[in-house]
Design a protein around this ligand. Structure first.
Ligand code: PMP
Length: 316
């Protein structure tokens, strides 16, 4: 049964960033009826502004909206709203090579509702913030810890969509990991407790020789747009790529490990700790494959290489 109602979003308007008014009984505040997206705009040397596959974010939001019974903007409405917001904030986009404009679309049940039910009204908004490059000088590896008690998602739940509640679920494990000096948490599947899922806000890949493997999307892992793009880039560079279950043993025996996401782009993993035991990768944790894929993707996103895949949307 299709749960979400038909799209009926009126044309929006640009407003100064500021607080918004919500009923205390808004669906988002009480029942977590909220979804968000994240993408970046880069300024190119010729002054043009580039978006990376924004229609993929629109489609992912649509999929999430259906899962939590919300209507969603059409792909065209979503992309147009992103473009208008970015163009209105052009002065905040860092110069080429100095960072990007992070774009945060948010869809919420803004109408009042008392008993558990979908909200009667919805709001779609977008805000932006300049962000620096993930790596200031060279690539720095991240250090992950495998979480054995807590899970971010379970089969049949909402782990495969970008609903706000998924992020509440990771806060405790992530805070504990950070307090111990780790960069983030790597989650395992909640059924077998031995297959990799993902990190709090990025997907994970392992490299062994010419083979790159990443957990398959089966409802508990967010289908990352960077993940999908890196798979295509890796295949185009001659790597063999497999999407399937990846066991902890395979992870610990890998040549390289890296994570992908809009914020982290491609981040090499320097070490993984499991139940107090630490495994390190390479001499400095920055593998050749991670480096190669990072360069390929960032040069595409920044407009420094030819867009053979047709992934770039130019705003001017
Ligand atoms: N997994 C989770 C849980 C995330 O929050 C993100 C960030 N959106 C990702 C993976 C990576 O997705 P993307 O490449 O689309 O940013």
């Amino acid at each position: 049964m299709k749960c979400s109602r038909d799209e009926n979003f009126s044309k929006g308007e640009l407003q100064r960033f500021g607080n918004i008014e919500l009923s205390p009984s808004a669906g988002i505040l009480n029942y977590g009826q909220g979804l968000f997206e994240g993408l970046k705009a880069y300024k190119r040397h010729d002054g043009n502004i580039l978006l990376f596959r924004p229609e993929e974010n629109a489609l992912r939001m649509k999929m999430g909206a259906e899962r939590i019974c919300m209507p969603s903007p059409s792909v065209e409405q979503f992309v147009e709203a992103v473009k208008a917001t970015v163009l209105a904030n052009e002065r905040w986009i860092p110069p080429p090579g100095k960072g990007s404009l992070y774009i945060r679309p948010l869809l919420m049940g803004s109408g009042a509702v008392l008993g558990v039910a979908p909200a009667p009204e919805y709001t779609f908004l977008i805000y932006v913030s300049p962000v620096g490059n993930n790596f200031k000088e060279g690539m720095a590896p991240i250090n992950l810890v495998i979480e054995t008690e807590m899970h971010r998602a379970t089969p049949g739940g909402t782990g495969g969509v970008k609903t706000i509640g998924n992020y509440a679920a990771v806060l405790k494990a992530q805070s504990a990991a950070k307090a111990k000096g780790y960069s983030d948490v790597l989650y395992l599947d909640s059924v077998n407790k031995r297959y990799l899922e993902e990190v709090s806000s990025c997907n994970v890949f392992i490299v062994k020789g010419n083979l790159i493997t990443t957990p398959a999307i089966e409802g508990t892992i967010l289908p990352g747009i960077t993940r999908k793009s890196i798979i295509d880039v890796a295949v185009s560079q001659g790597f063999q790529v497999e999407e399937r279950h990846v066991s902890v043993d395979e992870l610990l025996g890998a040549d390289e490990v890296f994570c992908t996401g809009t914020a982290v782009v491609v981040s090499p993993v320097g070490s993984i700790t499991r139940m107090g035991k630490r495994v390190t990768y390479g001499s400095d944790g920055v593998g050749r494959v991670s480096q190669q894929l990072y360069s390929a993707l960032t040069s595409l996103q920044m407009g420094l290489s030819e867009d053979k895949m047709g992934w770039i949307v130019e705003l001017k």
